[in-house]
Design a protein around this ligand. Structure first.
Ligand SMILES: [Zn+2]
Length: 98
């Protein structure tokens, strides 16, 4: 077994290089997405690390909290199936948050 880091998704340990972090608006729209692992650059295994990645400064962090943004890890497969072509919820199929 390798000691590759994992991310917990729905109670399962998923290898970090098969994970995508989403930053989402309360309505469900995706605000940002990031791969959890970029060699020699970043490794995001917890929601806290992902939130810091999306909003590195305190000012950005406050704005994200005020907007109610949340972070969520999903598998690469689910991202490709469900989100890659569709970041917006049913109420915002046109970019309302741009
Ligand atoms: Zn929306």
């Amino acid at each position: 077994m390798s000691d590759r880091p994992t991310v917990t998704i729905d109670g399962q340990q998923v290898p970090v290089d098969d994970c995508i972090w989403l930053e989402r608006h309360p309505c469900g729209c995706v605000a940002s997405a990031a791969v959890a692992y970029v060699p020699d650059t970043w490794t995001l295994t917890t929601a806290e690390q992902a939130a810091r990645h999306f909003a590195p400064t305190d000012r950005e962090r406050r704005r994200a909290l005020a907007a109610g943004l949340t972070v969520e890890a999903i598998t690469g497969g689910r991202y490709r199936d469900q989100f890659q072509a569709r970041w917006f919820c049913d109420n915002h199929t046109r970019p309302a948050h741009a």
